[in-house]
Design a protein around this ligand. Sequence first.
Ligand code: FES
Ligand code: FE
Length: 448
Amino acid sequence: PLRNDLDQLVDVKGGFISREIFVDADIYRQELDKVFTRAWLLVGHESLVPNPGDFYTSRMGEESVILCRDKKSEIHVFLNSCRHRGMKVCRYEQGNASLFTCPYHSWTYTTDGKLQGVPLHRTLYDGVLDREANSLVSVAKLCNYKGSIWATWDKDAPDFLTYLGDAKIHLDQALDCRDGREGGSEVIGVHKWVFPANWKFAAENFLGDTYHNPSHRSVDLIGIGPSAAAGKKGRRDDELEKAEHVWISFPAGHGVHSAIQPEANEYTESFLDNPILEKYFRHCFEERKRRLGEGARLLPFVGTIFPNTSYHGRQPRGLCAWHPHSPTSTEGWRFFLVDKDAPKEAKEYLRRYYMRYSGPAGMTEQDDMENWLYATAASTGTVARRYPFNYQQSMGAYVTDHPLGGDVSKQVTEQIARGFYRRWTTYMQGGDWHELLGSPAGKRQAAE
Ligand code: FES
Ligand code: FE
């Protein structure tokens, strides 16, 4: 039975959200059942499986899935569980296979999911076993969006672009080449680590919570960013200060923090100690301006695509999936992206920069995780659970008729988090796709 007290626990109008939704085991089970089986989830990136037979095991909710490329080079996502007794048919993180052979009784499946080999088939199963009906369980829908692979278990889900809505142009900048060409990125590395916090802390942090910047003060002082100077502001910071920052809550539950640069934007990176990098990034900047025109003014920082995919639109550019393990445990996956055809030096520079900045040992991400895990731990207590979190920041401070779509705010706002939890509640209550998309356009498209 569905929890019938969610409207009380999530008081979006009043700006209070109960800590129960971050720690309660029943609510967590309901999330797996109602959110993670319906929403579009990030599974991986095509560059992780470049050749026929390549596979990469991933997760959707708590469950293991196989992202693989079949003999005809088509990409699939299957539940990593044998149809006989459920054994994982693939126990490796990544590799190449012509067949998936179940380690338990050796049923074999082709890379397009069909049950091929059944030991002693004639003697034991002849005339009974329907191979077609015992294929690997495939996701209901799959989308290769500019190389990023998304999937959903819900056959009635809208197509991915409808789901993404106006958040598209922001996510695009994590996926497109720096010079403004569409797509063309590759994963240069993946960080995976488990941390003791509810998955929503991480997802929410990327909903434009720039309010938490004081957490990163020590890193800012050291100045580890590209072109950032230790202890003082670099040219890039000046440029960012002149930009108009926007925080946007989209009706489907996504949220972003981006900025619009003034017209006369200038190249502000600086790699003076490395001529190859300097040349490459300056070239990207000029090409981007030429290709995108006005569009080049949009600078995306971070965002979360409902429910558990976040992105960094600028360095360290990439996608993160927050995989739930339990109410108070999450596995973070960070896919770092670079332009496929960037010079080797640029890729190597970015690889080092990403490692220093993000992930379990990254100087910045450590700060964030400290916050999430102590907040989770301090919310599990009997007394603590009686007191809801406050979400009243920038109430009502947004416009709805902005060309960027959604609720657009010019100041940091928890309107995005309120929108996220409004949508979360709709999923948890079993809402239909009209309600889940939450916009007139979305409703029309879902109905078609
Ligand atoms: Fe896979 Fe038996 S569990 S063959
Ligand atoms: Fe942070």
